[in-house]
Design a protein around this ligand. Structure first.
Ligand code: HEM
Ligand SMILES: *[C@@H]1O[C@H](CO)[C@@H](O)[C@H](O)[C@H]1NC(C)=O
Ligand SMILES: *[C@@H]1O[C@H](CO)[C@@H](O)[C@H](O)[C@H]1NC(C)=O
Ligand SMILES: *[C@@H]1O[C@H](CO)[C@@H](O)[C@H](O)[C@H]1NC(C)=O
Length: 518
């Protein structure tokens, strides 16, 4: 018996030793492949993207910590320290090497290298497996690549037309005026605990009208049609508030408690509403000319027989996921920045008084862009190398280096890294919309929508400008004065109001504001 367990222990130990040796060899190979340490990098035991390392704090040598994403770099460390990761090493491409699993993740804050990666879609495709969780309504444009992606993109692209942009503009103004007239009414002062409580419904209502073709309003809860349990409004509000639940909880477990049952009902109901919309529009006697995204997709789907109702459903849902929080969070940060920088708000106000046409509202656009530079909703955009390849990077001294990239290396476009890189942006920590009005602003170093990737860019820009213009014309935005913060300095106030947390997209934690009628 004794001998037996000794043998087992010995066997166990040798297996462990073998495993360690194998890991060591793998690691050597990985390290050599990216020329570490002659090219800068960082080695940790656990991979950046593993679930465990997100839960663990930052332990030098073991994990980067969940806060190694935006939060940790911006909130807890100064900007200087944040770019130091790149600056200290002199290069804007850094390799993060992990032992378990043995893999390299290249993080790019070099505008030229980013351009090289995004213009070579075949060499650097999207690692679709990282997006799987977003395919709960079946395949869609965001989670697909190659031929399948082209099929979706070909149908979706024409829907984001000038006519749709016009609809976005008109519907956004309608929703804002409904807010001013029927919700805020004659109040001189409107205080909100958190500006997201305003921007989330605004962007949801715009999507509802301009994407789904269903107008919903602030006060009206919508009627519940026979054969439905929820109104369209209740269903879409509930769904957009609970996407994370749907992503995390497997479908067989959705019946386990009251909350998840409620979420399941909302998803089922929204799906049923869309199926009704499909059949009522498809079999309508007289077809009205409509320019919402849903109607355009439906038309395209009648023309392309390979594009099924299921595809239509997947894409229309993904517009909700991709377009709601991103735009809502950006507008919330914009309000916060305008409240913190009253002189910038005054410049914007003067500008709006002068122009009315969207194409001339360049200052509003610059404010929106500057917010996206400082608070890009999507912090990391992953790609991977489909083959053994390389990219060229340049250091602060102007030296070039060709960096080999083994097949299947994850290459991350680090939005925050490039948006705060002092090589491209002077005083990157400063909110200075005017920088976008200079003729030679660094276009390649501005990637909030990932170069040419976001199909909804114009949609969200149009919406953003309409919201900003209509609001700032009528109301002055200020930070809400609260007794517990009476003695704070400007720096402290700025840090408090602009506190963020990583969520599906970068999220403002609490932005308390006052809107004062002008
Ligand atoms: C401030 C607002 C927005 C930001 C910052 C943003 C950002 C992005 C980024 C970075 C990507 C590329 C993702 C990747 O390749 O991994 C993307 C793709 C996409 N976005 Fe947006 N987005 C915004 C608003 C919108 C809106 C309003 C819509 C729809 C109405 C939308 C729909 C999409 C879709 C469908 C894709 C996938 C396109 C494709 O793969 O062909 N986005 N967006
Ligand atoms: C991340 O940072 C926040 C504060 O900025 C802190 O409350 C939180 O505990 C940190 N999380 C980890 C895993 O270190
Ligand atoms: C990799 O390293 C850089 C620089 O240290 C850091 O900013 C980044 O968050 C790390 N992780 C990823 C996934 O890029
Ligand atoms: C804002 O950024 C977009 C790119 O996302 C660019 O096309 C546009 O010219 C910029 N406009 C202004 C006024 O900053």
């Amino acid at each position: 018996m004794e001998g037996m367990s000794m043998k087992l222990v010995t066997l166990g130990l040798s297996l462990l030793a073998l495993y360690a040796i194998q890991k060591y060899i793998e690691l050597r190979r990985v390290i050599k492949s990216v020329q570490y340490p002659s090219h800068p990098g960082k080695i940790t035991l656990l991979a950046q993207d593993s679930l465990l390392s997100n839960i663990l704090p930052r332990i030098p040598g073991i994990s980067m910590g969940g806060n190694a994403t935006w939060e940790g770099r911006y909130q807890r460390r100064s900007h200087r320290e944040r770019v130091a990761a790149y600056a200290e090493v002199g290069w804007d491409v850094v390799a993060n090497i992990s032992v378990l699993p043995s893999q390299v993740t290249l993080s790019l804050a070099d505008a030229a290298a980013i351009k090289e990666v995004t213009t070579a879609r075949f060499r650097f495709p999207k690692p679709v497996w990282q997006y799987k969780t977003l395919s709960f309504f079946g395949d869609n444009i965001v989670v697909s690549e190659a031929e399948e992606w082209k099929r979706h993109r070909k149908v979706a692209a024409p829907a984001f037309s000038d006519k749709n942009n016009k609809l976005v503009w008109d519907e956004t103004l309608r929703i804002m005026f409904d807010l001013f007239d029927n919700v805020w009414g004659s109040q001189e002062l409107i205080s909100v605990e958190h500006a997201l409580s305003l921007t989330l419904p605004i962007t949801l209502y715009v999507l509802s009208a301009a994407a789904f073709g269903q107008r919903i309003s602030w006060k009206d809860d919508g009627t519940v049609p026979t054969n439905h349990q929820l109104s369209f409004k209740d269903a879409i509000v509930e769904v957009s508030n609970n996407c994370v639940t749907k992503i995390i909880v497997p479908s067989w477990a959705m019946g386990f408690n009251a909350h998840t049952r409620k979420v399941r009902l909302a998803f089922d109901e929204l799906e049923n509403h869309i199926l009704d919309m499909i059949s009522s529009q498809r079999y309508a006697e007289k077809k009205a000319e409509k320019h919402d995204l849903f109607s355009s997709l439906l038309d395209a789907n009648t023309e392309d027989p390979t594009f099924t109702d299921r595809d239509l459903m997947g894409d229309i849902f993904i517009f909700l996921v991709a377009g709601h929080e991103t735009t809502a969070h950006t507008l919330c940060f914009t309000f916060a920045l305008l409240a913190l920088y009253p002189e910038q708000q005054e410049l914007l106000f003067q500008h709006i008084q002068t122009y009315e046409d969207m194409s001339l509202l360049t200052y509003s656009m610059a404010v929106f862009n500057e917010t996206l530079r400082m608070f890009p909703p999507v912090n990391n955009i992953p790609k991977y190398s489909a083959e053994d390849t390389s990219i060229t990077t340049t250091n602060a001294a102007g030296e070039k280096r060709v960096l080999p990239i083994p097949q299947r290396t994850i290459v991350i476009l680090n939005t925050v890294g490039v948006h705060y890189n002092p090589r491209y942006w002077k005083d990157p920590e400063e909110f200075r919309p005017g920088r976008f009005l200079e003729p030679d602003w660094p276009r390649d170093a501005f990637i909030p929508f990932s170069p040419r990737a976001c199909i909804g860019r114009k949609f969200s820009e149009t919406e953003g400008i309409a919201v900003l213009t209509s609001l700032v014309q009528r109301y002055k935005i200020e930070v809400l004065e609260e007794p517990q913060f009476a003695s704070e300095s400007f720096g402290e106030r700025k840090a408090r109001v602009l506190t963020t947390k990583p969520a599906l997209t970068l999220k403002p934690v609490r932005v308390p504001l006052v809107f004062k009628r002008r």
